[in-house]
Design a protein around this ligand. Sequence first.
Ligand code: GDP
Length: 496
Amino acid sequence: SDDISPSPQIEYDRLLGGLLIEGFDEKSCRSRYQFARYHKSPSIPSPYLIERLRKQELLQKKCGPGTKAYKEASKQLRSGQSQTTNTTDCNYLILTIHAGLGNRMLEITSALLYALLTNRILLVDRYKEIGDLFCEPFPGTSWLVPSDFPLSYGEFTQSSPESYGNMLQNKAAGGNTNRSLAGTRPNYVYLHLDGNYGFHDKLFFCEDDQQFLQGVPWLIIRTDMYFVPSLFLIPGFQDELSRLFPEKDTVFHHLARYLFHPTNNIWYSITKYYRSYMAKAEKRVGIQIRIYETKGILQRNGPFPHILNQILSCAQNEKLLPEIGMMEGAAAEAQNKGAAAETQNNQTIVVLTTSLSSWYSDQIQKKYEEHPTVDGTTVKVYQPSHEEYQRSRNRKHNMKALAEIYLLSMNDELITSGFSTFGYAAQGLAGLKPWIMFRSENHVTPDPPCGRVMSIEPCFHQAPFYDCKAKRDTDLGKVVPYVRHCEDVSWGLKIV
Ligand code: GDP
């Protein structure tokens, strides 16, 4: 039945330490109050974060779609007139969504933090099946941009006149040495923070620019990145951030668990899979296999023996999985019966793999089926799907991806693939520090095959390295002790 905890050893708190509030209809979104049963959080949210989330909920309700405040603000937006005074205290952050699911979860979480820091209402793109994947996070209102929203926000590009970077660039090109836009006060600004962004777009991460943006009622943001680490480098946000997150490396963990609640169909498939294959094991090990190497277009995901080798070396070196005895046939049988009596145990380890390809898990499964393990542990390998290639515009495909991110997060240990936001999302939800597999080059298994990460936070891949005050490039991985370069992406930044 629904009421039995799948892991009796987890004493669960359905409200996640106060992140969630009572009062949502449980039946229409079961995952909201049930996720707590499936993971053990290493951290409790600060009272101040909880207070700010409650304040945000009130703001979302007061200014959200359908309210008088929203109607007024969008009327002003439609009229295109610059405001002289702000008629309401409702300011908005509109997030346009694209890219894969892991990226989406990172960008939505980054946007929520930015909304909290700047007292804005967060509204997300309604056209990217977000409503099929996730329940509404805020009580009594919707976080989806209404369909009659006056701007075609999906059409903005880096070079649109409304683009902040472009505005700054034009100002500079016009011979104005002062790059600030002081004196102007547009109704809305488009922020281009995609991986391909340029110098002027990146000035978003400067204090002066933040002060300017504070006065703009509507911000439209396009990003595919976890830009949180760079918010920690903006002096004006630092006090508030340390109050919100006394444990700095829990930003994604708390905000993602606050925001993301898979819809009932997806949650049903997650919990059914968990109960069928994972619940009874003594230990669960998740292995996320994401391959960026290619061998011609036909062999997008291999099979690559060097990656199989990397996975097994990592799991066995780090003692996440037992070694296998290499004896074959009769000798193995003899060991199973006699000599191995003392090494026989009743432990089962379940390995939950996720990958676009089924070859890796089949091979791991085969290895453990054909050979006894040295300590007698039984190893079983399961993989929920193998979609072969990425189809981020396909609804069913995204639903499977979301289910797998959650299943990964329900393991006791994780091995993930470097560079992959899919893995970051799973580790962040779980609150686990994974062993991350380094990217291989020229089809050679890296040595060491994997390493334990410093923190559960995702990596900001295309982090800027501009020192706004000194007005020159610098190594921003060395400015404060809690923002460092990532283990897997040497030029990226992460909170530790
Ligand atoms: P990233 O590209 O690894 O950073 O992760 P994203 O989640 O942003 O994009 C990859 C997309 O490919 C996912 O969202 C899925 O659509 C698909 N994908 C990649 N790996 C898997 C997997 O293990 N299982 C499933 N079901 N889909 C995957």
